[in-house]
Design a binder for this molecule. Structure first.
Ligand SMILES: [Fe+2]
Length: 382
């Protein structure tokens, strides 16, 4: 069995209401200057704990991440300048994947010795000196437990990954109540992103039994709960299962990571500004169909984990899993074609060019996928 290293937060707290615990944790850790990064409409939920933090003597800087699009280097620079002189001893990031990623980068780059441009890629961050607490308000990216952050590089308008153990938060406070007000569309898109993390890790060329456990459980929870979370936002059981599944997906990202779905989605985000989860969701069934042949047994096991019946042969069971995920996606309101989202046939070669640049993820794919196959996959869902 191949060697593997799991780098995870020191402390993961899961449960309804746990998000408010960041104040006591900062106090207990002796952190005086706390940078709190969040965005509307989450500030309203944080009002009470902000008051408590001030009563307990914390010096608090509240930094607003105004959501315009996915995070980019210019946005990082703007936020960094606002908190540069504050010198936070703790960074608390509360929001969806974009806010968490930005908070992770602000924490790790707080000393000013490195800029995002210096650290695109793997293991290039030198250190992080502050306590980092992440509180997710979506069930999708799993960024609260992962070593990844994604940023658009405005120099060449390309989406790039920063991967480092210094981006793994010290604490993740996973509070399903924080996701209850998430609208159905965002619940669907982020939930499908979490599903991609689990499926792409489980079927990955570098899949590993330590991570397979997380991935299979995540696939089961998402398949059985995403519809309810979309249709009944206040269903705390469904929200809890989704929050946990998102965490499972995030735990897969460091040691194994994603593959072709995420690679092929880069162009859709870069050229067409699709939301991350939407881009992945549209691609998922097509990439699963392409990849299925690489390991029918694993694909069949995913279908069984979802609670589907054994069809008596692996190919039929595996296929039923792909079809069930297509149906889940449709039921959750995800558009099923690229053209319905404005993608033009003549742009498919350029999208494939962009996907080919994401070698670090394509190398993980269980089937070799070159430019021609990428175009064919886009074509199949045009
Ligand atoms: Fe993702």
């Amino acid at each position: 069995m191949r060697s593997i290293e799991l780098i995870q937060p020191k402390r993961i707290v899961f449960g309804a209401g746990c998000a408010q615990g960041w104040v006591d944790i900062a106090v207990a850790e002796g952190k005086q200057r706390v940078l709190l990064l969040s965005t509307d409409p989450i500030w309203a939920v944080l009002d009470r704990s902000i008051d408590v933090a001030r009563q307990k003597g914390l010096q608090l800087m509240c930094l607003d991440y105004t959501w315009r699009s996915e995070p980019d280097t210019d946005m990082f620079e703007g936020l960094y300048r606002q908190c540069e002189s504050f010198g936070p001893q703790a960074v608390v990031s509360v929001g969806g994947g974009s806010v968490l990623d930005m908070g992770k980068l602000l924490a790790a780059l707080a000393s000013g010795t490195q800029k995002p441009a210096d650290v695109f890629g793997k293991n290039l961050l030198e250190r992080r000196d502050n306590l980092l607490i992440c509180i997710p308000t979506t069930a999708g990216t799993g960024s609260e437990v992962s070593p990844n952050a994604i940023l658009f590089d405005k120099r060449d308008d390309e989406k790039k990954g920063i991967i480092s153990p210094w981006l793994v938060p010290d604490l993740a406070l996973i509070d399903p109540e924080m996701t209850c007000s998430l609208p159905p569309k965002l619940t669907a898109e982020t939930g499908m992103d979490a599903l991609c993390h689990c499926i792409e890790a489980y079927t990955n060329k570098f899949a590993h039994p330590t991570v397979d456990l997380y991935a299979l459980k995540g696939i089961e929870y998402i398949y059985k709960n995403l519809r309810t979370a979309v249709n009944e936002g206040n269903n705390i059981e469904a929200r809890s299962a989704m929050a946990l599944a998102s965490m499972y997906g995030g735990l897969c990202l460091g040691p194994v990571n994603t593959s072709a779905v995420h690679a092929l989605s880069y162009g859709l985000a870069g050229k067409y500004h699709f939301a991350h989860g939407l881009a992945n969701a549209v691609l998922l069934p097509a990439v699963m169909t392409f990849n299925m042949e690489a390991d029918l047994e694993k694909n069949a096991r995913m279908a069984l984990a979802m609670g589907l019946p054994d069809k008596g042969n692996m190919r039929a069971t595996a296929l039923s899993g792909v079809e069930a995920i297509r149906e889940l996606s449709r039921d959750c309101g995800i558009p099923q074609s690229l053209s319905s989202l404005g993608v033009k046939k003549e742009d498919l070669p350029e999208l494939a060019d962009m996907a080919m640049k994401v070698k670090r993820l394509l190398n993980n794919n269980p089937r070799e996928l070159e430019w021609k196959e990428a175009v064919e996959i886009y074509q199949s869902i045009l």
